[in-house]
Design a protein around this ligand. Structure first.
Ligand SMILES: [Zn+2]
Length: 266
């Protein structure tokens, strides 16, 4: 008889199934993102009630079925109860989990995505970084974890390493001004427009500190990522770039992002 595997990870979502059970999505170190049933997890006396909730981090013993897993035991390391008591932080955490669910797959090595999610949830709890900054760092880093991040250290077209650069979403990162100018001429636009803040859809003339922040996000491992602050200008540029990037490359509407948008405008 083979032993039941113990998977380490974070519960991303938890849906009631029928009267008694729950269906969980869990991002695990060993098997990537999996689906698992938690039988009886809606019964008040079940040992799985507390574990079958979003953000719960721990070691989950599962039985492998043909199409999904069944969780039979959970050893919880962290409940992240601090997040549940704060509406704004709950919204951010739900969004991070939904984005992680969308960005990961079963049976792939998703350990970096798992580290990123854990670090982001810890940053929400600590509260020493502005929440919208935690969000934008999480969003941008996730693109690198997926191997689809923007190139921010050299011109995407000619590989020039010397700036000044323009960030161009559709090109996939930074363009030197020569290449950006050529692209602009190709698109029939005037090159002087490059000097304005946002010159056309998808072209961004960024502050030097915004470039620095983008390079830091690209190069830094998840565990050391959530440890800086930026000016309001840099934050708003990062947010614009991240939003444009996701709009261009992800044809997906995140349910939790809509709720988060309401929290962020308050
Ligand atoms: Zn170039």
């Amino acid at each position: 008889m083979t032993e039941n595997p113990i998977l380490h990870g974070i519960v991303l979502s938890s849906m009631p199934v029928g009267e008694y059970d729950r269906r969980l999505s869990i991002l695990t170190k060993e098997r990537g993102r999996i689906s698992a049933f938690a039988r009886g997890a809606q019964r008040p006396k079940s040992a799985l009630v507390a574990a079958a909730q979003p953000f719960v981090t721990g070691a989950f013993t599962v039985v492998e079925g043909r199409a999904s897993y069944t969780m039979i035991r959970a050893e919880v390391n962290e409940y992240f109860t601090e997040l549940r008591g704060d509406l704004a932080k709950t919204c951010y955490a739900c969004y991070f989990c939904e984005l992680a669910e969308y960005s990961t797959e079963e049976n792939l090595d998703e350990s970096e995505a798992l580290s990123l999610l854990y670090a982001a949830l810890r940053a929400l709890v600590r509260g020493d970084m502005a929440l919208p900054l935690v969000r934008v760092v999480f969003e941008m880093k996730m693109t690198y974890v997926r191997g689809e991040g923007a190139r921010v250290s050299e011109c995407v077209r000619c590989r020039a390493k010397e700036g000044p650069f323009v960030f161009h979403v559709r090109s996939g990162g930074c363009l030197c001004k020569t290449c950006a100018g050529e692209l602009f001429d190709e698109e029939g636009r005037k090159s002087y427009e490059l000097r304005t803040q946002m010159v056309a859809r998808g072209f961004y003339n960024l502050d030097a500190s915004t470039w620095y922040a983008l390079r830091f996000i690209a190069a830094t491992p998840p565990g050391k990522l959530f440890a800086f602050t930026v000016s309001d200008t840099v934050l708003s540029e990062l947010r614009e770039v991240a939003a444009a990037w996701y709009e261009e490359y992800n044809d997906h509407r995140f349910r939790s992002a809509e709720m988060l948008a309401e929290v962020e405008t308050e």
